[in-house]
Design a protein. Structure first.
Length: 295
């Protein structure tokens, strides 16, 4: 058992608002056509969603099982793998000269699908791994409660953002970019404050979770890229799928943890550090790809 992370419960309201605000900002530019695009050109988005919601959780479960990783850390990895794509994957895809339309459609659908698939995948793969099964039973997970939470912080802001974007297009042009930057800065400040409040625990456990997060993120990126390569997707689509699978919504993971499992220190360390690391790896990869022509 890893020591619990010091956290002020009242800060949970702020974290929920940050995540909802980020989802609202991303969805301002979404249209119903983005969902129709999957029906009209389904191969790339479906390939990415399959890698994101099936291959990544399964591979994470098998990886943590085979290496007999500490149950708390393993469950943190499974939780992150069960989350939908992160909102900044769209920006990174644009920087990488990838297919932004594929990225946006995947973000939209995965955010809605997460209402069901995130709690189901977390409960199932946490139970499937015999090393995490006992711990998962001890923390008494309630998938229905997680479902309600995901609906409130992801699905509802997404719908409100789409309605706002449709009815107030001039407002969207002015506020979308500042809103994204503000949301990212506030989230990073929140994570930084959380780490500073638990600096001793962070240093003590750094060697145990740094390589897990870095390796796990690399696995996610490779699964996305491999899926695109296997299906012979165009380079731009392949880049979009790779970044969508590799940039997970760790903010949602933190909200779930602070709401339902506030004593799970190891899970929080994994999830919080993933939120920092995937920005580093995603931006690095997007800058490399931006300099590699494919036309």
């Amino acid at each position: 058992m890893i020591a619990a992370v010091a956290f002020e419960p009242r800060s949970l309201i702020l974290l929920n608002l940050i995540l909802a605000l980020m989802m609202f900002g991303v969805s301002l530019s979404l249209r119903l056509e983005d969902f129709k695009r999957i029906v009209l050109s389904p191969i790339a988005p479906i390939a990415g969603l399959f890698a994101q919601f099936f291959l990544l959780p399964l591979a994470t479960c098998l990886f943590t099982w085979a290496l007999n990783i500490d149950p708390e850390l393993a469950l943190g990895m499974i939780l992150v793998a069960s989350c939908p794509g992160g909102s900044f994957s769209n920006i990174m895809t644009w920087l990488a000269r990838g297919n932004v339309a594929v990225s946006v459609s995947m973000t939209a659908v995965s955010s809605l699908a997460a209402a069901i698939l995130t709690p189901v995948n977390f409960a199932f793969y946490g139970w499937l791994n015999p090393h995490t099964r006992e711990y998962l039973t001890r923390i008494t997970i309630e998938p229905s409660s997680i479902l309600i939470l995901v609906l409130l912080v992801l699905a509802l802001p997404l719908v409100l953002g789409m309605v706002t974007g449709r009815r107030l297009p001039n407002l969207v042009v002015r506020i979308q970019k500042p809103l994204r930057i503000f949301s990212l800065l506030v989230l990073m400040a929140f994570v930084a404050i959380a780490f500073s409040s638990n600096f001793a625990l962070f240093l003590e456990r750094f060697h145990s979770f740094f390589w897990l997060v870095a390796g796990h993120n690399l696995l996610a990126l490779f699964l996305g890229y491999g899926m695109g390569l296997m299906l012979k997707l165009p380079v731009a689509d392949r880049r979009a799928v790779t970044l969508e699978v590799g940039i997970q919504n760790s903010g949602l993971g933190l909200v779930i943890l602070f709401t339902f499992f506030p004593e799970a220190g190891g899970m929080m360390l994994i999830t919080a550090f993933w939120g920092v690391w995937h920005l580093v790896s995603g931006l690095t990869l997007s800058q490399i790809w931006a300099r590699i022509p494919y036309e």
